[in-house]
Ligand binder design. Structure first.
Ligand SMILES: Nc1ncnc2c1ncn2[C@@H]1O[C@H](COP(=O)(O)OP(=O)(O)OP(=O)(O)O)[C@@H](O)[C@H]1O
Length: 289
C-alpha cells in the first residue's frame, strides 16, 4: 500500500509538486502520467526517500520509505536505469545489490532469467543497449521480490516485444497481490497495462480514476450495408447521427447495444458496430493543456 497525502515539493520559490494525494491498494497497477516537467519523477523520488518532502507525507505500508526496516525488500524501484557502473557485468551489479538487500546469490540467476538477460549476465553493462539496461534495472528491483514496485518510465528503450513482456510482468505482480506504480509517456501502452490513471500537470493532480472512467465510451460507430437507411432509422429512434467520411455513422453518446437494437428492429444488415472511446492522448492534452 502506498499513501501520499498533501505531498508537496518546493525548490526555492517554485512548487514543483503541489498537494498531491492518493492511496494505491495491493492488487493494482497505477499509471502516473503527465507531460515533461509535470512532477512525476519528483513524486516517485519523494515516495522512495530520494528527495525530501517539503510538506505532506509519502508512506509505504504506513511508514516513510527511510523508516522501513529493509526498504529494498518492501519497495522495488526503477528510477534511473543509467545509474550503473558501465565496467561491471550485469551479474556483478546484481550480486552487489543482492548483498545490499540481503538476498541469496542464486536469486541473481533467477532474476537475470526472468528479465531475459540470462545469456548477457556475463557482459559488461557498458555494452548493453538501452533496453537491456532497462531490463537490468527491473531485475534489480525484483531481486528481493518486494510487494511494491515503483518504476519511472519502465518502458523506455524497450521494443514492442519488451513492452508486452513488461505489461505481463506488472499485471502478474498485481495479480499476486502486489502494488505497482509506474510513470510513462507511452500513453497507448499505459492504457492496456494499468487499472487506474493518475494524471499530473504542473505539479497538481488533474485526474484520478479508472481507465474506463477517464476514457469512458463516448458513443458508437456503426457501418451498414445501406448507411442512409440506417441513419434515418436511428434519427427516427431519437439517436442523432454524424456521417463519417468513410461511410461510417457515428452516434455520439449512444450505447452500441441501443444502436444494434434499432438496426435489428428495422432489418438493417450491419458491417461493423463498436463503441468509440476517447483516446488517452485526447484526455491527456485536454487535462494538461
Ligand atoms: N533538483 C532540482 N532543483 C530544481 N528544480 C528541479 C529539481 N528537480 C526537478 N526540478 C524541477 O521540477 C519540475 C518537475 O520535474 P520532474 O522531473 O519531477 O518532472 P517529470 O514529470 O518527471 O518530467 P519528465 O517527464 O521530463 O521526466 C521540473 O520543472 C524540474 O525542472
Amino acid at each position: 500500500m502506498i499513501t501520499a497525502h498533501g505531498l508537496t515539493k518546493r525548490y526555492g520559490p517554485r512548487t514543483v509538486v503541489d498537494d498531491v494525494s492518493f492511496t494505491l491498494e495491493p492488487g493494482t497497477v497505477t499509471g502516473f502520467l503527465g507531460p515533461n516537467g509535470a512532477g512525476k519523477s519528483t513524486t516517485l523520488r519523494m515516495l522512495t526517500g530520494l528527495v525530501p518532502v517539503s510538506a505532506g507525507s509519502a508512506l509505504v505500508d504506513g511508514r516513510p520509505y527511510a523508516g522501513l526496516p529493509n526498504p529494498g525488500a518492501v519497495v522495488g524501484t526503477l528510477l534511473d536505469a543509467s545509474a550503473v557502473h558501465p565496467g561491471r557485468t550485469g551479474r556483478a551489479h546484481l550480486r552487489l545489490l543482492a548483498d545490499a538487500v540481503g538476498v541469496a546469490r542464486p536469486r541473481v540467476e533467477e532474476v537475470l532469467a526472468l528479465v531475459g538477460l540470462a545469456d548477457a549476465g556475463g557482459r559488461r553493462i557498458g555494452g548493453y543497449s538501452l533496453g537491456m539496461r532497462q531490463r537490468l534495472g527491473i531485475a534489480g528491483a525484483l531481486l528481493a521480490d518486494p510487494p511494491v514496485l515503483v518504476f519511472d518510465e519502465p518502458a523506455n528503450g524497450l521494443d514492442p516485444e519488451g513492452i508486452r513482456w513488461l505489461r505481463d510482468l506488472l499485471r502478474g505482480h498485481a495479480a499476486r497481490g502486489g502494488t505497482v506504480l509506474l510513470s510513462s509517456h507511452l500513453l497507448g501502452e499505459v492504457e492496456h497495462t494499468v487499472d487506474r490513471l493518475l494524471v499530473i500537470g504542473q505539479g497538481r493532480m488533474v485526474a484520478d480514476g479508472s481507465v474506463a472512467t477517464l476514457l469512458g465510451a463516448e458513443g458508437a460507430v456503426v457501418r451498414a450495408a445501406d448507411p442512409a437507411r440506417l441513419a434515418a432509422a436511428l434519427e427516427a429512434a431519437g439517436l442523432p447521427v454524424r456521417h463519417g467520411d468513410d461511410g461510417a455513422l457515428v452516434v455520439p453518446g449512444a450505447d452500441p447495444a441501443a444502436v444494434g437494437a434499432v438496426a435489428a428492429a428495422g432489418g438493417h444488415a450491419l458491417v461493423d458496430l463498436r463503441p468509440v472511446s476517447r483516446h488517452l492522448e485526447d484526455l491527456f492534452f485536454s487535462l494538461t493543456a
